[in-house]
Design a binder for this molecule. Structure first.
Ligand SMILES: C[S@@+](CC[C@H](N)C(=O)[O-])C[C@H]1O[C@@H](n2cnc3c(N)ncnc32)[C@H](O)[C@@H]1O
Length: 215
């Protein structure tokens, strides 16, 4: 039995966090290369990976065990749902979204993570001044995400973090190896009128899916 895989007995009950410690979250953390390296470097912060593929969750867990990393956990759940219902308000210091599935076909775009629903939940979970870091190899998705943020007065663009090769994710390593251009951006959250999030209403065609051919 592993210590790093978070068990969710009741998916309607918000998760427990130690609010005296900062929290950073990676959405779609894959096998955990980036987040476990960051957790090892920053023992005074807690880290949560959200990843829906079981095999990748297990590989993340293996990295924590081999590296004796106690401050990183991984949750096998859908990210939008997790942000909407399970995280504390205005506590997360940084959110990382690296190489999210781009869903390049027009008819599949509603499966993308970034959109007004995610930005709402993201703002609610970030501490004021907290940052979201984003990178992708997909130019059109990058431009669409930048437009979403530009239209939302609760976020301001900031310089993206430096990502030297030792912190590249698995996909970043692969894409850079193929010589593909990588697009990065970051935003910080600003004070704004706060309120409760409305219950999620997702049309059936936009329900998250296990992706097949997404590229
Ligand atoms: C293209 S991979 C990138 C993995 C990692 N970020 C990297 O750069 O190596 C996208 C990952 O996000 C996960 N994922 C996609 N949508 C998700 C969602 N809605 N909730 C949780 N995980 C998701 C996928 O299972 C996959 O592991």
């Amino acid at each position: 039995m592993s210590d790093s895989i978070l068990r969710v007995d009741d998916p309607c009950k918000p998760l427990d966090f130690d609010l005296s410690r900062p929290l950073e979250i990676e959405v779609g953390c894959g096998k955990g290369k980036f987040l476990t390296a960051r957790a090892k470097e920053n023992p005074d912060c807690d880290f949560l990976g959200i990843e829906r593929m079981l095999e990748r969750v297990r590989l993340f867990d293996g990295k924590c065990r081999r590296g004796n990393i106690a401050n990183a956990k991984v949750l096998r759940l859908e990210a939008l749902y997790t942000f909407h219902y399970l995280l504390p308000a205005h506590h997360v210091r940084r959110v990382y979204v690296f190489f999210p599935d781009p869903w390049p076909k027009k008819k599949h775009r509603s499966h993308r993570l970034f959109g007004p629903l995610f930005l709402n939940a993201l703002w609610k979970r970030l501490e004021i001044g907290g940052k979201i870091e984003f990178a992708t190899d997909h130019k059109e998705y990058f431009e669409a995400v930048c437009e979403f943020f530009a239209a939302d007065v609760r976020f301001k663009p900031v310089e993206p973090m430096a990502r030297p090769p030792q912190v590249w994710t698995e996909f970043e390593t692969m894409f850079r190896g193929q010589g593909l251009p990588i697009y990065s951006a970051a935003w910080k959250s600003l004070p704004a009128e706060d309120g409760e999030l409305e219950p999620l209403k997702i049309p059936p065609e936009a329900e998250p899916r296990e992706g097949i051919a997404r590229r």
